[in-house]
Design a protein around this ligand. Structure first.
Ligand code: SAH
Ligand code: DHB
Ligand code: MG
Length: 221
């Protein structure tokens, strides 16, 4: 019932503001054909990420969790010609699919995918003395969200935006039969974000084709 309603609203917004988009549709189709899980952000959520990146005039974006590069494409399209997006992915096979999707979207120059465990590639990034990111999108393994937040705070500057996907569904609203690690990880992340003096944050509840969920938004002081 609710799900039908959410999906109807989502289709309405998508029809108005997105319509058909060849590169994004091909990215979804090829990800599915390659057997990747269909857990990318929805089109409407992708559009929100794109709008947020424009809002902060992002020139450098960090994404944690690439999958097939769907959210990557939405984010990278908000970058200026000389902007950069670094996306971190654990599965080499997913990264390969993402790479092809990003090339087809004409974004190869702006996007770099780094393969490895997020916590390790983040430590390496910090070790390189990477310039601060204007925006960080956290969307990988949920039990590490709190650690990803700590890294995001290290790798940003005053005025940067930190966004985290999936902070409501299966976190605050538990799913029967599912192990608690994911829910606990999300709950810890949300509590830490709310108590974090270095940011002003909130959770944006989102209902759409992926059901009911939310994204956390935090601006760094
Ligand atoms: N941002 C994508 C969806 C990401 S799904 C989109 O909306 O289009 C989560 C991704 O995080 C998966 O591809 C998964 O392989 C990856 N992941 C899981 N654990 C990880 C880890 N420890 N380090 C990096 N990536 C990880
Ligand atoms: C799922 C959805 C996500 O957006 C994600 O990042 C990870 C998993 C899911 O539906 O299982
Ligand atoms: Mg997600």
């Amino acid at each position: 019932m609710d799900r039908d309603l959410f999906a109807t609203v989502d289709r309405y917004v998508e029809g108005l503001f997105i319509g058909t988009d060849a590169a994004l549709e091909a990215a979804v189709a090829d990800s599915q054909a390659a057997g990747l899980p269909a857990i990318q952000v929805s089109a409407v959520q992708g559009r929100l990420l794109h709008l947020l990146a424009l809002l902060v005039r992002a020139r450098r974006i960090l994404e944690i969790g690439t999958l097939g590069g769907y959210s990557t494409i939405w984010l990278a399209r908000a970058l200026p010609e000389d902007g950069r997006l670094i996306s971190l992915e654990y599965e080499p096979r997913y990264a390969e699919v993402a790479r092809a999707n990003i090339v087809r979207a004409g974004l190869a120059e702006r996007v770099e995918i780094r393969i490895g465990r997020g916590l390790e590639t983040l430590a390496a990034l910090a070790g390189e003395g990477a310039a601060p990111f204007d925006m960080v999108f956290i969307d990988a393994d949920k039990d590490a969200y709190l650690e990803y937040l700590q890294w995001a705070l290290r790798l940003t500057r005053s005025g940067s935006l930190i966004v985290a996907d999936n902070v409501v569904r299966r976190g605050v609203i538990p799913v029967a039969g599912e192990d608690g690690a994911r829910a606990l990880g999300i709950q810890r992340f949300n509590a830490a974000l709310a108590a974090e003096p270095r940011v002003t944050a909130t959770i944006l509840p989102l209902a759409g084709s992926k059901g009911f969920d939310g994204m956390a938004l935090a601006v760094v002081h």
